[in-house]
Design a protein around this ligand. Structure first.
Ligand SMILES: O=C[C@H](O)[C@H](O)[C@H](O)COP(=O)(O)O
Length: 229
């Protein structure tokens, strides 16, 4: 079985009756949503909120009950299960390879628990090999990219296969940045979000509670965040 599928199915064991569940985005979260769909068909009673239009469509097609975000209290999501592009030893993450980082971060920051599903390729010692997605507004995007360049981000505008700017679910662009090794993810996250024109960035610092990793040998490993201080 695909390691991503194995991780997804294992993580869904954390979903309990009555929960409000955040549905992630991407090829690993796909398996989470599929498995939640199976559980709902088998009688699991949950409601869910999606992190992208793609995940919303998939969830709807599977009959997973969705509720509008505006109908839930701040911080009211019980559990969100989502993928990641990189996860370091402290479970700090790079997300947004699929362009869903803004909605994912809003959902994650309103979740009591964030559980990450991944295959082993996502585990890294230090973040930064995967280009860091930064969501920027189209207005003045070249100026904003100049600011990202000035702080060492070497930004590249994400393009579609047709060479048009990739547009997020929120109508924005993505600048994929190469900062090299990211020693202080918390500081970089803040610095980026202070640049006018930047909406959000793909660094998720101190948010994930645990990571469920599907491995090629058929095993699944679970690692929890060590709380410091
Ligand atoms: O924008 C996309 C999300 O952050 C994904 O969760 C992330 O890119 C990981 O996706 P995948 O599981 O497909 O590698």
């Amino acid at each position: 079985m695909d390691p991503k599928r194995r991780a997804g199915e294992e993580a869904v064991k954390l979903v309990e009756d009555g929960m409000l569940v955040g549905l992630g985005t991407g090829s690993t979260a796909y398996w989470v949503i599929m498995e939640i769909g199976n559980c709902v068909k088998a009688g699991l009673n949950i409601t869910a909120v999606p992190t992208s239009i793609r995940s919303e469509e998939l969830a709807r097609s599977l009959g997973i009950p969705l509720i509008p975000l505006d109908d839930i209290p701040t911080g009211g999501i019980d559990l969100t299960i989502d993928g990641a592009d990189e996860a370091d030893g402290d479970l700090n993450l790079i997300k947004g390879g699929g362009g869903a980082l803004l909605r994912e971060k809003i959902i994650a920051s309103n979740s009591k628990r964030l559980v990450i599903v991944a295959d082993a390729s996502k585990e890294v010692k230090t973040l930064g090999q995967f280009p860091l997605p930064v969501e920027i507004v189209p207005f003045g995007f070249k100026l904003t990219m100049g600011r990202l360049e000035a702080i060492g981000g070497h930004p590249a505008l994400r393009l579609t296969e047709g060479d048009e700017p990739f547009v997020t679910d929120n109508g924005n662009y993505i600048a994929d940045c190469r900062f090299g090794v990211i020693e202080d993810a918390a500081a970089l996250e803040k610095t980026l979000n202070l640049i006018p024109g930047v909406v959000e960035n793909g660094l998720f610092v101190g948010m994930a509670e645990r990571i469920v990793v599907g491995r090629e040998d058929g095993n699944v490993s679970v690692r929890e965040r060590v709380r410091r201080g």
